[in-house]
Design a protein around this ligand. Structure first.
Ligand SMILES: Cc1ncc(COP(=O)(O)O)c(C=O)c1O
Length: 373
């Protein structure tokens, strides 16, 4: 189909700014600053400022950002880390890699964000941290979760992988809690040309530990390795691309918000439900997720009309085979399970044309629903 609307189209983004991207790559090659180095340092300073954090430590994926953040907080075997069930599985890899136990909790039925009451009920004497996820680009209820975690002496980690530039009561994601973890996977609102991630924090010791761990546990003196580390550094080319993309980042977020606001005001269908706002949150719409009565039927209707959708996420973490050993069963976390069965992610990216947005709205509004077919 000629006018097919892909769920995500990174080729459009590249073709619109090709010369600048190629110049950025060339400047890294000219200086042979391939790993860590000056381009990474420059991007770290820019990104820390965007997040309102004192330190940004770039790594080679969002998954590893979470993993290193937890290790640097001292989390390990015997500890429990509370995680929402409705997130990308990588949120739970962090505790698992550290040898700790992920404890899954349900989300709220309105905002689909981590349920603070469920967190409170899940705390045991083994709990060391909670990972809140700013789901789809909207912050969770930070004030409530911070109050709870501080009163119980627990760390609060922000999984901000989907929330670059999102605000909570005017403050940016990644600078709201003890530590923030970002992904620069290519499809993200701020995406690299490969893998990438970042840990943000105001804690100098934590930042130094992450920087050492990501670089083979390197010590202060030449040749020293203070602990068993990893090779999780960021490539210079990824940093240079990210710095280039930061120049148009706020405009790209505005475009996402504009499209989302049209979806919310013009999509009028009794079978389509929207994510409700966390009070005080400014959403950046990494994903625009709705729920429908029957995802397969809805997806087929859109595809017949040349529109591709996705679903985030089809299976909640607690029901994944990888975590079968933890003993969860269907019915344990009903809101997350409902979302997994009914969620649909609609195309939302800055390069979508107005005419395409019109068509997506029109086709969604013409969905006949399960009962009528
Ligand atoms: C919520 C969430 N956490 C963690 C990750 C992991 O990031 P990465 O794919 O860069 O490892 C992602 C990205 O896909 C994500 O969406």
């Amino acid at each position: 189909m000629d006018n097919f609307i892909a769920f995500c189209d990174l080729k459009r983004q590249y073709s619109r700014n090709r010369e600048a991207f190629l110049r950025a790559i060339d400047s890294v090659c000219e200086k042979a600053a391939f790993i860590d180095g000056e381009f990474v340092k420059a991007f770290e300073a820019e990104f820390a400022s965007l997040c309102g954090a004192d330190y940004a430590c770039c790594v080679n994926s969002g998954t590893n950002a979470i993993s290193l953040a937890l290790l640097a907080l001292g989390i390990g075997p015997g500890d429990e880390v509370i995680v929402p069930a409705n997130t990308f599985i990588a949120t739970a890899w962090g505790p698992a890699y550290a040898g700790a136990k992920p404890v899954f909790v349900d989300c709220r039925s309105d905002t689909w964000e981590i349920d603070v009451n469920a967190v409170e009920a899940a705390i045991t004497e083994k709990t060391k941290a909670v990972i809140g996820v700013h789901l789809y680009g909207m912050t969770f209820d930070v004030d409530f979760l911070l109050a709870l975690t501080k009163s119980r002496s627990l760390y609060l980690v922000e999984d901000s992988a989907q929330a670059h530039g999102a605000l909570y009561r005017g403050k940016p994601a990644g600078g709201l809690c003890d530590v923030g973890c970002f992904s620069f996977y290519p499809t993200k609102n701020l995406g690299a040309f490969g893998e990438g991630g970042c840990v943000t924090t105001d804690n100098e010791t934590l930042a130094a530990t992450v920087n050492s761990l990501k670089n083979h546990g390197i010590g202060k003196k030449n040749g020293e390795h203070d602990e068993i580390g990893f090779n999780m550094r960021m490539d210079g080319i990824q940093a240079a691309i990210l710095s280039e993309k930061l120049k148009t980042f706020q405009t790209s977020l505005e475009r996402r918000r504009k499209i989302a606001s049209r979806y919310k005001s013009e999509m009028k269908h009794p079978l389509i439900a929207f994510q409700q706002d966390t009070p005080g949150a400014q959403h950046v719409y990494h994903l625009f997720v709705v729920t429908v009565d029957n995802r397969e039927r809805f997806a087929a209707h859109l595809l017949e009309n040349g529109i591709e959708i996705s679903a985030h996420y089809r299976i909640p973490c607690h029901l994944q085979k990888a975590f079968a050993g933890l003993g969860y069963k269907k019915g344990d976390l009903p809101n997350a399970e409902y979302l997994a069965e009914h969620c649909v992610s609609l195309p939302i990216y800055p390069e979508l044309e107005d005419g395409e947005v019109d068509r997506i709205i029109r086709v969604c509004n013409s969905y006949s629903g399960e009962a009528k077919v």
